[in-house]
Design a protein around this ligand. Structure first.
Ligand SMILES: NC(=O)c1ccc[n+]([C@@H]2O[C@H](COP(=O)([O-])OP(=O)(O)OC[C@H]3O[C@@H](n4cnc5c(N)ncnc54)[C@H](OP(=O)(O)O)[C@@H]3O)[C@@H](O)[C@H]2O)c1
Length: 295
């Protein structure tokens, strides 16, 4: 099997590129190799690859900047997804697309089900929600939408890496304690995306690591584990703060836990691991990378 990943430098694309696979070739194409906004060149590039399925790991993910650049966010998160869906339909390729917990408004107090009403609060959430709608219209039976949340990895910039850096630099930190969600290690998300492509899983699936946390809980765990693993030398005070005291251009859902019951059935061989265990694995990898660069 040959799987094409759209995107090269992002967290998910790099996690996919680094999966160990047997009898599966994963090709990642970044913006230098593929133009997701030009449908005819997209069609030609994908045709040339002679592939079995497409995973879209590309997105405009700057949630706050999207409020200032709605057209750019719309192009990448909606129009490019429409192009990809139409090309996949024309070439009869299964299409796996990644969406977000930010399609929900966060007013629910129990985990969101795949078919719950969506009502995004931000430009980013709206552009991702529109893409979901288009996918279900263009290729409902041969596409899989995987909604996820709070993605982190050893690649690029993310909350975990920022926390480890800030905890080494600052005397104390204030972290939001009234937004609740589920952290997700990109390695597990990559595995589920690849499985969806190989096994042609369709429909809307929810995938995050197990358990829930506030950003504050997540930060406290990052500090504890980073000290244990030697990534930090000492603890600094971490204070819980309210969203209202840390205004951001984009409004985020206060509760965005995703119900994963249907994914347990769709991906029976993929265990859903607790976020703290996944965080520990990621910090081990980060420490190994640090040791390798130092030696
Ligand atoms: N990160 C999260 O917390 C989170 C949460 C929920 C859902 N998701 C979803 O999960 C998926 C993967 O996220 P991620 O964290 O891996 O994202 P990421 O690290 O920000 O990577 C996004 C990728 O999209 C590429 N991209 C953006 N604009 C492009 C363009 N015009 N042409 C070509 N490539 C372009 C970027 O390329 P460059 O590096 O070259 O700019 C980058 O490789 C996305 O669909 C995202 O919406 C993420």
């Amino acid at each position: 099997m040959k799987i094409l990943v759209i995107g090269k430098s992002g967290q998910l694309a790099q996690a996919l590129a680094n999966l160990s696979t047997v009898n599966v070739e994963i090709i990642c194409l970044g913006r230098e190799q593929i133009d997701i906004l030009d449908k005819s060149s997209l069609l030609n590039t994908i045709k040339e690859q002679n592939i079995d399925a497409v995973i879209n790991a590309c997105a405009y993910t700057a949630v706050d900047l999207a409020e200032k650049e709605p057209e750019q966010a719309y192009k990448i998160n909606t129009l490019a997804v429409k192009n990809l869906a139409e090309v996949c339909k024309e070439l009869s390729l299964h299409f796996v697309h990644i969406s977000t917990d930010f399609v929900f408004n966060g007013l629910k107090s129990s985990p969101y089900l795949p078919n719950d009403d969506i009502n995004p609060l931000s430009v980013y959430g709206k552009t991702k929600a529109e893409a979901e709608q288009l996918l279900t219209e263009i290729i409902p039976n041969s596409s899989c939408i995987i909604r996820t949340s709070w993605v982190y990895s050893t690649y690029g910039n993310n909350f975990v890496k920022s926390m480890v850096r800030l905890m080494a630099e600052k005397p104390e930190l204030g972290i939001i304690s009234d937004q609740i969600g589920s952290p997700t290690y990109a390695k597990g998300l990559a595995q589920v995306s690849l499985t969806a492509a190989l096994e042609k899983v369709s429909g809307i699936q929810h995938w995050t690591d197990a358990g829930v946390a506030s950003w504050y809980d997540f930060a406290v765990a990052i500090q504890e584990l980073a000290i244990e693993k030697g990534l930090l030398v000492k603890a600094i005070p971490i204070k819980p703060i309210k969203t209202i005291s840390y205004p951001t251009p984009a409004t985020r859902p206060s509760y965005s836990v995703l119900d994963k019951s249907s994914s347990i059935l769709a991906f029976p061989n993929l265990p859903i691991i607790h976020w703290r265990k996944q965080l520990s694995s990621m910090l081990d990898e980060l420490q190994n990378e640090k040791e390798e660069t130092q030696s």
